[in-house]
Design a protein around this ligand. Structure first.
Ligand SMILES: C[S@@+](CC[C@H](N)C(=O)[O-])C[C@H]1O[C@@H](n2cnc3c(N)ncnc32)[C@H](O)[C@@H]1O
Length: 208
């Protein structure tokens, strides 16, 4: 995962069809509409922010955002976007440990991250995240639904049932990545019992 997205960083925005904030707002309009009010005025910890495309959307809404990713290659592209400096800060952090990340956030957000988390890592990941949040914090995950695309078509399942897709980059390099679509995979079971509520939609899930 880490190696794949670090190698893909230069092509990520083009691959996803992201081309600046106005284009993002149009491309992802219906999803943005869903999350619009959810993070308004919160102190948000963004996980796996990649090249900062959703960060620029959140920057229009949240009070402050600490946007994190494990890859310096994606973060440096995110920093180049020069997002509102008083609102957005970027920090390298592994979502499974969040080492060096302070606690006390009132919101958390991740786009296209949940589906990459192996089954065995979901509960530990959520526990670590929980430790960085204030009681009643709002957590929003946005992710993809299955569609007919070679990047999204599993060619095998591993021993713990994770769907594995083979991805090929423009330079010909190939990587195997976990892609567990939330449609089949979302279940309350890995979510700590202390959650207050969970809402899911056709392409979104929000909880507190
Ligand atoms: C599908 S991309 C999503 C990027 C961004 N959220 C977006 O919507 O464009 C997945 C991101 O997860 C990051 N990533 C991979 N492993 C990670 C980890 N253990 N902790 C934090 N980020 C990780 C990758 O570097 C990549 O930027």
């Amino acid at each position: 995962m880490k190696r794949y997205y670090a190698a893909r960083a230069p092509w990520h925005d083009e691959h996803m069809g992201y081309g600046g904030n106005a284009a993002m707002e149009e491309l992802l309009g219906p999803i943005i509409e869903r999350v619009d009010g959810l993070l308004a005025d919160l102190e948000v910890l963004e996980l796996a922010c990649g090249t900062g495309n959703w960060t620029q959307v959140l920057a229009q809404r949240a009070r402050r955002i600490l946007a994190t990713d494990v890859s310096e290659a994606t973060l440096s592209l995110a920093r180049e976007k020069e997002l509102a400096p008083g609102v957005v800060a970027f920090r390298e952090a592994d979502a499974y440990t969040l080492d060096g990340i302070p606690s006390g956030f009132t919101g958390a957000f991740a786009a296209d991250w949940w589906s990459h988390v192996p089954r065995s890592m979901l509960a530990p990941f959520l526990e670590v995240l929980h430790g960085r949040l204030q009681p009643g914090a709002r957590v929003v995950f946005v992710d993809m639904l299955p569609r007919d695309h070679p990047d999204l078509t599993p060619y095998r399942h591993d021993d713990e049932g994770n769907a594995i897709c083979r991805r090929t980059l423009p330079d010909g390099s190939t990587f195997d990545v976990v892609k567990n679509f939330p449609e089949r995979f979302w279940s309350p079971s890995p979510v700590p019992a202390r959650r207050r509520s969970i809402r899911t939609g056709p392409s979104w899930a929000a909880g507190s």
